[in-house]
Design a protein around this ligand. Structure first.
Ligand code: C2O
Ligand code: CU
Ligand code: CU
Length: 478
């Protein structure tokens, strides 16, 4: 296998009101299900036999947890694979090292990543380390395409704070297909500030990669590009169909990624209990934990949440649901009563210096399904230049056809305002972000500052079909 080295080239949100409203909505949904003759088993937090076979549901499958690897001296191959999504039948997918989702990288801030990648696909690809601040040559830019049978060394220092990032292909006009067919994995960074909080760990820290999928008649993953965005008919969590997780009566930390091409999930627990937000794309919030009843999470966004199962009894069941699709994403079945030390932290979770005093404002209008500021992406055109170490305000607007989850490579940003639409910065959008959801009618302002590397990066809509059709721009940090 030929390997080419990396080239050098230049609570303020009234959680308990929210909670009650969500509960009422859930109840209304239950009424709807009842009138449709379907038992609302997802709503039964108590009552043992509801999760398995109740309401005509199929048996639930144990949630798959991808294996963990270190990024120093790792080897990663993208290739077709046959995997069991839970029902016992094998499905053809595209996988990293045979795993769907790919192995979870786990590193400490300060480690070095040196990942020897081999492209075992029949098409060109790249790997982008979404959320990782890496040199341009390791960022998976479509110009750095790795041909079938070839390799590429992704080398970068893991220099950032603790957070959940992820990796996925980023080839020219083929990102949507390769991601939908299975290529994605988590990349977790740990640091000392996070360790000092003694957050739930080991069995009590669980990655949840959410997505939707379509299948062909033989049960293989299938993909049809659609300019409005690919919306699969079936939810998968960690590549598992109808998953369940047996839990202890303890606090769990869920590291959630929306790995779908286009679907915005509206997450909530079936018993109305809060999701306690402690972090997002760029790591821990600088506020206290924020309990919220529901969370809108768009493609590319991450969440760090705590769920407290301590008040439940063995045999209790509840669901993580998507309220917009009406899906039961993941069943939690309380299997063991334990007493584990540890509380939900009370104070601010981390320290973040707010960006301030932008020297200029750049406006980006996400137009139609394929343009930013009127232009379709051209791999060879540099759309703008940004000086290193300069704080700027970037204003994201939409000309329609949202949701547009706006994502920027090369730096994280801070969301400072949203006007129109939802009209505020939501609790899970505080701190550092690299992807922010823009709905029609909304204008979102962020502050951003590139401090790490000069060179070529992209920003784009993370609805992957919009990205593939050209809703992407090249910029150069100078
Ligand atoms: Cu997750 Cu440029 O993408
Ligand atoms: Cu990215
Ligand atoms: Cu878009």
């Amino acid at each position: 296998m030929k390997k080419s080295d990396g080239k050098t080239r230049g609570m303020a949100d009234k959680p308990f009101d929210d909670h009650r409203r969500a509960f009422m909505r859930t109840t209304a949904l239950a009424a709807g299900l009842l009138s449709a003759g379907i038992a609302p088993f997802a709503l039964a937090a108590k009552g043992g036999n509801s999760g398995n076979g109740g309401g005509g549901q199929t048996a639930r499958n144990p949630l798959r947890i991808p294996p963990t690897i270190a990024p120093g001296g790792a080897a990663l191959t993208a290739a077709p694979a046959s995997v069991n999504l839970g029902g016992g039948k094998l499905s053809s997918v595209l996988a990293y090292n045979g795993f769907f989702p790919g192995p979870t990288f786990r590193a400490n801030s300060g480690d070095a990543a040196d990942i020897a990648f081999t492209n075992g696909l029949s098409a060109e690809t790249t790997i982008h380390w979404h959320g990782m601040i890496v040199p341009p040559a390791a960022d998976g830019h479509p110009m750095d395409a790795v041909m079938p049978g070839a390799g590429y060394a992704y080398r970068f220092p893991v220099a950032q704070r603790a957070c959940l990032n992820w990796y996925h292909p980023h080839p020219h006009m083929k990102t949507g297909e390769q991601v939908a067919l299975g290529l994605a994995g988590a990349f977790i960074v740990n640091d000392a500030e996070e360790a000092a909080l003694n957050l739930p760990s080991g069995l009590y820290e669980v990655p949840l990669i959410l997505r939707d999928a379509d299948f062909d008649n033989s049960g293989n993953l299938s993909y049809t590009a659609k300019s409005s965005g690919f919306l699969g008919k079936t939810p998968l969590v960690n590549g598992t169909l109808s998953p369940k997780l047996q839990v202890d009566t303890a606090i769990y930390r869920f590291r959630v990624l929306n790995g779908a091409n286009a679907r915005v999930f509206r997450l909530a627990l079936s018993n109305g209990a809060p999701l306690v937000v402690i972090g997002n794309d760029g790591g821990l919030l600088d506020t206290a934990p924020a309990p919220v009843a529901e969370i809108e999470l768009s493609p590319g966004e991450r969440l760090d949440i705590l769920v407290d199962f301590r008040g439940l009894a063995v045999g209790d069941k509840l669901m993580l649901r998507c309220l917009s699709a009406g899906w039961d994403l993941l069943e939690f079945a309380v299997a063991r009563a334990v007493t584990v030390a540890g509380e939900i932290p009370a104070g601010a979770l981390s320290t973040i210096t707010p960006l301030a005093d932008p020297v200029l404002t750049r406006e980006f209008s996400f137009d139609g399904m394929s343009r930013i500021n009127g232009k379709v992406y051209d791999m060879h055109r540099i759309d703008f230049q940004v000086p290193l170490d300069q704080t700027e305000r970037w204003r994201f607007k939409t000309g329609g056809n949202a949701p547009h989850p706006v994502h920027v490579h090369g730096a994280s940003f801070q969301v400072v305002s949203r006007t129109g639409g939802r009209g505020r910065v939501l609790p899970w959008e505080r701190g550092w972000k690299d992807t922010v959801l823009l709905l029609d009618g909304e204008t979102v302002d962020v502050l951003i500052r590139f401090e790490a590397y000069r060179g070529l990066y992209v920003m784009h809509c993370h609805k992957l079909e919009h990205e593939d059709m050209g809703m992407m721009a090249n910029f150069e940090v100078i």
